[in-house]
Design a protein around this ligand. Sequence first.
Ligand code: SF4
Length: 317
Amino acid sequence: MSRPFIIPVFLPHHGCPHRCIFCNQTAITSTKQNLLISETLASWINEFLNYKRRKRHPVQIAFYGGNFLGLKTDDIKRLLAEATRFVTAGKVDGIRFSTRPDTIDRRRLDLIEPFPVTTIEVGVQSMDDQVLAAANRGHTAADTQKALTLLKERTYEIGLQMMVGLPGDDETKALATGRRLVAFLPDFVRIYPTVVLANSALAECYQNGSYSPWTLARCVTCVKNLYLLFCSQDIPVVRMGLQPSEDLAKDAALLAGPYHPAFGHLVHSEIFLDTAMAAIRPEKSNRKAITLKVHPRSISKMRGLNNQNVEILKKKI
Ligand code: SF4
């Protein structure tokens, strides 16, 4: 899958029926402009097009940060019409957006049908009803099942987002969610650790002691197992963890939780470590050294952050 050049259009909390417990989109995006206004949107897109390098392809306008199909019908049509002008002009290849499962229905899918939408990302978060309820999602796993069945009738590229470490979540539930996601055969997935953002309802739970975020190590291992599950089914995992620039506008927004700027690297490093550990046979205990051959591009993953893997392996031989 070639990485698209994304023109992000953040619509923080627009179209959301309420606030999910973990969410504070204003902490996630630094955008201050109201991109619901057509003129502002057009100049925003034009500005981003200036940054595009010639080779980057495809170019997509992405409506993120809210619940796109939860917007008013007129706004959905107007935003898509504005974005379509760029597609018609040959400057952009397609449109993508993220949305909640419970706003996907036939009426809304028919509404967007005439527009060049290529990709729809669905915030699944969990397929466990207790976890969904504790996160104040306001929908059930059955709603997600229904929505994705409807979506599958169309030809969109489908991305699914899931979270790990929400209140009431554990490794078994996270893996069960992963398996349900696999069954939908998405084109790609994103896995996000739950972190505590300032001014979210989860921040209150954290402060009053009713929620403890997962440790980084626990989260990395859980995401690793999910990553391996998706890889075993050839489902690309395009993101693991929040990106410092794109997903977190300012450090002050993060109160606690398993955040690491190189979260994906940590996951890959643990996979390399597991593989090396499994390859070391315990019966040869008089060894002084071992040689590990890895692709040059993977050396840092094999070494681990701050050479952690090397130190662990030294103790094993
Ligand atoms: S998680 Fe999605 S639906 Fe929930 S408040 Fe945030 S943007 Fe809105």
